[in-house]
Design a protein around this ligand. Sequence first.
Ligand code: FMN
Length: 356
Amino acid sequence: MTLLEYETAARERLSGPVWDFLEGGSGTESMVLAGRAALDRIQLRPRVLVDVSTCDSRCSLLGTQLMAPVGIAPMAYHQLAHPEGEVATARAAGEAGALLTVSMFASRTLEDIAAAATGPLWLQLYWLRQRDLLAGLIRRAEDAGYQALVLTVDAPRVAHRPRDARNGFAVPAGIRAVNVSPSVMSASHGGQAGESAIARHSKEQFDPSITWEDLAWIRERTRLPLVLKGVLTGEDANLAVRYGIDGLVVSNHGGRQLDFAQPAADALPEIAEAVAGRCQLILDGAIRHGADIAKALCLGADAVFIGRPALWGLAHSGTSGVSAVLQVLLDEFAEVMALMGVARVQDFKSSGIVHR
Ligand SMILES: Cc1cc2nc3c(=O)[nH]c(=O)nc-3n(C[C@H](O)[C@H](O)[C@H](O)COP(=O)(O)O)c2cc1C
């Protein structure tokens, strides 16, 4: 099955409102399409008569060793897709040698996920008003062996997502963000027609006042590498380097935050130029084929994250579904490497692509 066939299969298995929450975007949903269109505009330029008898897709991302430059993006509430939730996803990621970034709004505990994982884990944080809660999560992540922290910076609040508002979407009673105290999460539950509980919760609990200066607060509390997720300009990439950030996820949140933004793939070259190797770069959004990984690397990324496709696999058949999705991507990527005449991931260069 291709990734898009997993999408169809997942749709058949999930309720309408859950499907809309997973698939939907913000505003006019223009960014969901734009993210894909940006990758589709890029064409590969293969080289021939290169020895590709052994292609090596392994790489190191902030000291984390991976079988290929692929990770799973942080996504809240994997139990919406499958009862085993993040535990099933972690098993599959480990089997594939891929990274899993666990959302602070995971539906399984950080410790249960770590116990099931056989591969590397990172933890993603939103900046909540209650800082002691973040400090507690950072400590727990370190104790459980998580290898980096990802602070999402494109969401001072969750954007208006019309499908969720129309559905009055709320996190179902049996599913909870178990790593955060129930009182802080209560606004995420209990639907109300015309309003998304997810958006309501973010307005109540996210701290929209944080600035670059606040990053020191996290730095003082951890030695783990710190990654910012949701950077889309060279200016902010420069600031990130100046503030000692170790990595950036160039992302428009899968089209779920700022509508009418520049697609992440289009923003990546300016960011790669700005950081000039001073911090590592990950691209996410609309990665649906192994060739997209090659395109991202040619644009200047060190790795990619996939979002929704992991949840499609999870909804299809738990661990084995996520494993299959990752395997499809990795097999496609291996073939693209061989046919492009690229034997090592670090050999992807900007000359490997052209914009249509
Ligand atoms: C259902 C869902 C939940 C998400 N939850 C989070 C989250 O908790 N934290 C975060 O930083 N990003 C979250 N994201 C955004 C993803 O990390 C990622 O940026 C995006 O899904 C990548 O695009 P793709 O789905 O097209 O691959 C979520 C995305 C989806 C689809």
